[in-house]
Each structure stands twice: as C-alpha cells, then as structure tokens.
Design a protein around this ligand. Structure first.
Ligand SMILES: [Fe+2]
Ligand SMILES: [Fe+2]
Length: 262
C-alpha cells in the first residue's frame, strides 16, 4: 500500500499493527461495490465469537448490496467448475498433495490409492484444519469410489498410530509440531481401532505411508500428471462441482463463494 492509499485508509503512525490491518481491511471493503462480510467461523478463527449484523453493515456501506455470489477479491471460477479448477483457484497449496500422489505412483500403488493420496488433505488446503480427514472425505464422497473417501476419512486417525508391517512409525514431525506429550483424543483412538478392522484399512494406511512430512522444495510435480487418473476416478458432475445436487455440493459452493451473505 503506497502513502496515498495509506492516507485514504486513514493509517496513522500512532496505530498498532492490528489497528492498521483493520483500517486497511475496512478501506478495501469500501472500495468494493458489494458488501463483503465474514462468517462467524472466520471471526472465531481470529479469536472472537462475533458477527456484524445486516443492518449495521448497511449503515456502514450506504447504497451497497450484500455480496450474493463470487468474492471479487478471489480468483474467478468458471461457470461449471471442475476439481482441477478448485486445485488451481481455491487450494492454497498443492505441493504436499502432488508430492504424496507422485510418491504413490512411484511406489506402484493402484490408481485409487494414488487418488486418495492426491486428495487426502484437500480440506486443509481449501477449507479447515480441524478434523480435516472427515471434512475432506465428505467433500469427495459423492464423486469417488467408497474406498477413496473412506481412506481419506480414516487417515485422520491412522496417521497417529504406527504399523510396522508397512514400515510406518509415529511421525517425528508430530513430535516437533505437537510436543512429546501429545496423545490422540479418545475419539481418534476409537476411530483407529475401528479402522484396523475395515476392508479398506490398507488404502487408508497407504495414505499415511505416502504422506510426505518433509517437503522437497525441488521436487518437480505437476497437476498434469494426475489429470488422467482424476478423469478415470473422479465423477465430475456435468453441472459443475458445486452446482450438482450432491450431498456435498454446498461445501464446494462455499469454498467457491466463501463470503456469500446467505
Ligand atoms: Fe492429513
Ligand atoms: Fe498429508
């Protein structure tokens, strides 16, 4: 932001960093021709249980209507989006997914296992971290074989538990990330125990085996390498992903239009 824009946003040197950030955000909102507002969930992730009411917002932005579609600040999506469009325009980072999928190919796994590895963390990169395996599974469930979505759901729990038979141990990375004393909650332990008895256990286990915890910034991976596998195993709805009437279409729409007012 240059000095002129800073002046327009009423930034002064006495402001704290967070006051400056709020002023810039407010200024940006005034520049838009629609009223764009945050959901309560977005505020909660900033540490406040809070929402701005419709009437207060209309007063703040006189003469404007609420955003009821695409957020003008985000990359535009085509009329009939495909999974690849979400990869390109809504997934904040795809390297981890591409590297995991590439490793699964290198290890000679089936295409369904490769797809499960490619999609296992889509919830993290597009939506939400907490319980990401469950959310990710729900997003893809209507469009993939049950083996794939079940495995994505179960990797949530399995990644915390070793399986010597495939050489998987508790990730060193988790000790660094969560501390040596972290223990999975009882619901995760119960999920793990159920998963070990499931017929698709090994598919979910292979997600954890191919889950790359230390990213190689130099590895050359491309979404192009997965286009055929996605084409064969992901049932792209003809109306566009989000505009079909599947039980998870609304989740894709929300990711496409995260600031739609209702
Ligand atoms: Fe994960
Ligand atoms: Fe992962």
């Amino acid at each position: 932001m240059g000095p002129q824009a800073a002046a327009q946003a009423k930034i002064t040197s006495e402001m704290t960093l967070s006051e400056k950030a709020d002023a810039i955000e407010e200024h940006m909102m005034h520049e838009l021709d629609k009223i764009v507002t945050k959901s309560v969930f977005a505020n909660m992730t900033d540490g406040h249980v809070d929402m701005e009411g419709g009437a207060a917002l209309m007063k703040k932005y006189p003469g404007k209507y609420f955003n009821m579609g695409p957020d003008p600040r985000l990359p535009p999506m085509p009329e009939k989006p495909t999974l690849l469009d979400y990869f390109k325009n809504r997934f904040a980072s795809t390297n981890h997914l591409l590297q995991s999928g590439a490793l699964a190919i290198k290890n000679g796994h089936s295409e369904k296992v490769v797809l499960a590895c490619l999609l296992h963390d889509i919830a993290v990169v597009s939506f939400i971290r907490c319980d990401h395996g469950y959310w990710g599974a729900q997003m893809i469930e209507p469009y993939v074989d049950e083996e794939v979505s079940w495995a994505v759901r179960a990797h949530q729990a399995l990644r915390f538990f070793p399986d010597e038979s495939v050489g998987y141990s508790y990730p060193e990375m988790y000790v660094k990330l969560f501390g040596p004393d972290y223990r999975p909650e009882p619901y995760i332990v119960a999920e793990y125990e159920r998963a070990t008895k499931h017929r698709h256990y090994m598919t979910a286990r292979l997600i954890t085996v191919n889950d790359i915890y230390s990213f190689d910034p130099n590895a050359k991976v491309s979404l192009d390498d997965f286009v055929d596998i996605i084409g064969r195993h992901f049932r792209q709805p003809k109306e566009g992903l989000g505009f079909d009437a599947s039980p998870s279409a609304h989740m894709w729409r929300t990711i496409m239009w995260p600031t739609r007012f209702l």
